[in-house]
Each structure stands twice: as structure tokens, then as C-alpha cells.
Design a protein around this ligand. Sequence first.
Ligand SMILES: [Zn+2]
Length: 396
Amino acid sequence: MRGIHIVRLFGIDISIDPTWLIILFLLVWSLGAGFFPTLYEGWPVAEYWVVAVVAALLLFGSVLVHELAHSLVARRHGTPVGGITLFLFGGVSRIEREADAPGREAVMAVAGPATSAVLGLFFLGLGQLVAGPQTVHALLMYLGVINLVLATFNLLPGFPLDGGRLLRAALWKLRGDMLWATRGATYGGIAVGLGLVALGFVLLLGGDFLGGLWIGFIGWILVQSARSSYDQAVAQHALSRVRAARIMERPKGYLPPDATLRGAVEDYFLELDARCLPVGAEDHVEGLVCLSDLRRRDRGDWGREEVREVMVARDDVAQVDAKASAADALQLMMSRDVNQVAVVENGRVLGFIDRGRLLRYVYLSRGRERGDGEEGASRDAERTSRDTDRGVDKAA
Ligand SMILES: [Zn+2]
């Protein structure tokens, strides 16, 4: 999930997903037309709306601070952070690797809710101290309460919420088995999600149509993300145990740099049934060309343009060391937003790995472990292909 880039804070890119604008609109509307007029009477109409807009923006600011806390703690522990995206339900930090020890996982997880709790108490305290107009007081009280709600909700013991990550860290510590712990915390996520769906129904039956629908929807999303986060954790685990060199594909041939694009397609890509080919010779690779690069060129020029004009130069190709893990290869693909990486050893290109190859490996290794049916495993592989976003934090 990348969204529209808005700003860079502490070296971390902050983006917003288009769905965020929908929720901002709904939030302003419900605060300006419902919440503030019900609690505080007698303000001029315009004032309700101004306070509603400021409150909504500061709520998202609070979510952002929560996510920044996760990201900064992760980075302090040497885990790369791809950025933060604000979306429909709050925020998500793209922390590009699962924690490698339960203690670290716990610290990373607790950083967000702890920050929200401190923010909440800060706003409530400020609300007591400031002797300004009622609007300012109302705004501060709202932000105080909503940050405490944010902290509490995210501490529910359901993976991938922060509380679920804490549960996983505890189980992990208990048995030393990360996958077993993830499974336990995932059951927690499904249970919490179903609980929220049930609560939504109760509210709905009690006449709170909007509130019931909202809580039920969040519960359902939590059930779904518990399952897909589990699959991602399993995939990550499988990929971290195999070296890049073991699952790479050796080049099926080498493209001459002066071949035309038409010649490259007819004599090499089709002939060798390849999707990407290195340019040059085995001991002197100059670059890489993939079919997707050719598709971007005007077909009318295929007879004239040469391979060297469209290739990605060797130094620009994303590359991992042969001894690195397949998980490192995936992480590099995600952070560079590319579909393949070169596997190199002592400056020589040994082969290539693309996303499809990683998915097939995960699929086969899962099938081996569990004797899975084909349908289940390919569903898992599909989920794994999505960004392995870390936490999903939700703001009600
Ligand atoms: Zn969080």
C-alpha cells in the first residue's frame, strides 16, 4: 500500500491512500453534524464545522504519531522502514521485516499504544489547564479521549493489532517457536474480530445503525487481516531459511547488446521461453532486459531499436549476494519496487529471482510442510504476493 506521498518526516515517507479522504469526509461530517452539536449547545453553526475539521485532522495526526513511534523504534533496532500510509482505518507502517526476537517484537508493538496513551493524557491534562473558549476545551477533550480509545483498541489481543503482536511475543518467548506463536495470536485476531462483528450486530439490533455497521465492519476486516498476516508470516519464515542462490534461475541465454528488439524476442525470448535475459556474456554481463521492458516500447520501432538502448544497466539492476536469504531478495524487490533481482557472487551475475519464483517456492514449501490441497496453497501464495505490510492499526 503506497498511496499519495505527502511529506517526509525523520527520513520516513508519509503517504495517504485515497480511501483516507472518504473517511476524513465522513469523520468531519459526523463530528460537525452530530458529535459536537449534541455535546455542546449554542455555538454558531460555522464553529461546529471548524472544530470538526480541526479535530479530524488532529485525530489523523495522532494516528500518524502512533505509527511514527512504531517505525522509529523499528529503525532503532535496525529494521528498515519503507514508509507510513494513512488509509481507511487509520495507519499502517511498512516495516519490511518481521522482528527476529520476541523482546524486540514486544518493544516495537508497545511503542504505538504507549505513545497514544501519553498523547491522550497530555490532551486531557491540557484541556483541564487551558482556560480558553469552550471550543478549545471541547477539542482537547475529544483528542484526549480518542487517543486513549486508540491505545485501548490497538491493545486488543488479536494479531495483527499491536496487542496481538504482544501476545505473539509472549507465546514466542514461552516456547521459542515463532510460527506456533503466530498461529496462537492469529486465533486471537479471529476471535477478537468475530467478537466485534457480534457486538456490531447487538448495536444494530439496539437501533445504533451506523455504530453497529462500523464496529462490525472493523471486526470483519480484522478477521481477514489476521488470516493474511499469518500467511505472510509463514511465507517470510520459509523464505528466510533458504539462500537466494538456491532458488534463483540460471540465465537461459545471453542477449547480444546490438541485437534488435525484434531479433531479441524472436530468437531469444520465445526460443528460450524466458521472461528476463542478461545482456552480454557469462563473464561480462552488461545489463538486464525483461519482456516488460520491451512491451513499454513502440512496437513499430522493434526492428530498429537495439537491446543496449532498452536494457537496465548492470549497476542499476537490484542485486543480492548469493549467500543472502530469499527473504532479503523479497525485501529488496519491495523497497526498490521491482519484480526481479540479480543474484551475484564476487561481482559475477549467477542468476535471477523474480516474484513468481518466490511465490512458487513458498507454495511448494508449504505444501511439503502441511500436505496442503492445491487450492489452499495457491490462495496463500496469492496473499503472499501482496505487500507484506506490518501492523494494521485501526482508528474507530
Ligand atoms: Zn500500532
